[in-house]
Design a protein around this ligand. Structure first.
Ligand code: DGY
Length: 322
């Protein structure tokens, strides 16, 4: 007998605990080997789907929604970021969209601190020296970096992740400043100093950390002019989206010595990272692992499943965008 349960097309491999729960309730079409799906495979997968679990590696633009079979009624993304989904097009087509907010806040803030520490204490250079057998012994001027206690951190985008980063930074004795569309109320702002614009924030801090989403307004926000306003010898940290940074301008600022270092978990054009960028010894680089803990990845998957369960039982999406 044909499976009467809703059919869910899944574009990326899911954590085992999430797959286990998914298949209990749904007729799931999985991408077990996690290969990049061709357009033909996507089209075939969507043809008989009632819902989709997707991720930021698949673009959901106007054309995709326009050609979506009538039967597909919900798309839930395994990410907090949703810049890959045209929400207006989804709304126009009557498709519900969900994401995974909140559950990755702490994990991403941990990685912001790892990037910050890695950049400030020359983590990449130190590791390479050790692993490549170039360490010839301790000396007083070797690999000296930036002391963090007493320094100032400027967080651009004081949402959940920005605030969690601020909490951690305070524990390191760092004074926190931030720029946001609106000032946060006392108690919400982690005691950080608000700057209404970047003009005052950037020259006031030693480290700038990006925690804002990629939107048409923030795209390439970190350009030559932005970097020039940062303090000489300062550090840029990006755990948000590669598209926020003009990577050529960043390399120029590192070449000139204007920036001391950068800590990056995200890149433009992932996974085809500019090879020139990852050769910089003063870039502490990670391959987009912000949310990569077992607990967080399971929780992200469960958010997707909670969205599906709510939708197919006629309830509002707990993590709905549209
Ligand atoms: C997110 O959840 O947005 C992560 O960066 C993965 O895309």
């Amino acid at each position: 007998m044909a499976d009467q349960r809703p059919t869910i097309f899944v574009t990326r491999r899911l954590p085992p605990a999430v797959t286990e729960r998914l298949v209990e309730t749904y007729d799931a079409r999985l991408n077990e080997d996690d290969h990049p799906l061709s357009d033909a495979e996507l089209k075939a997968g969507l043809a008989d789907a009632d819902g989709v679990i997707t991720a930021s590696s698949t673009s959901w633009d106007e054309a995709r929604f326009a050609s979506l079979p009538e039967r597909v009624k919900i798309v839930t993304t395994f990410s907090v970021g949703f810049e890959h989904i045209d929400l207006d097009a989804a709304k126009a087509r009557g498709v519900r969209v969900g994401n995974t907010p909140e559950v990755l806040t702490e994990a991403v803030a941990d990685i912001a601190m790892l990037c910050l520490l890695g950049a400030a204490r020359r983590g990449w250079e130190a590791q390479s020296m050790l692993r490549e057998g170039r360490w010839k012994g301790w000396h007083t001027t070797q690999l000296v970096g930036m002391e963090l206690a007493g320094k100032k951190l400027g967080i651009v985008g004081m949402g959940r992740i920005g605030r969690a980063t601020a909490r951690r930074a305070k524990g390191f004795g760092i004074e926190v400043h931030y720029h946001n569309r609106r000032p946060l109320g006392a108690g919400e702002d982690e005691g950080a100093t608000f700057h209404a614009n970047l003009e005052t924030l950037l020259p006031a801090v030693d480290i700038v950390s990006l925690s804002c989403p990629a939107t048409p307004e923030t795209m390439r926000m970190v350009d030559a002019a932005f970097l020039a306003k940062m303090r000489p010898g300062s550090i840029l940290v990006n755990t948000a989206r590669g598209a926020l940074v003009d990577e050529a301008a960043l390399m120029a600022a590192l070449d000139s010595g204007h920036l001391f270092a950068a800590g990056l978990d995200v890149f433009d054009n992932e996974p085809n990272v500019d090879p020139k960028l990852v050769r910089y010894e003063n870039i502490y680089a990670l391959p987009h692992i912000g949310s990569a803990t077992v607990d967080t990845r399971n929780a992200m998957g469960f958010c997707c499943l909670d969205n599906l369960d709510a939708f197919f039982t006629g309830k509002p999406l707990p993590f709905g965008l549209v």
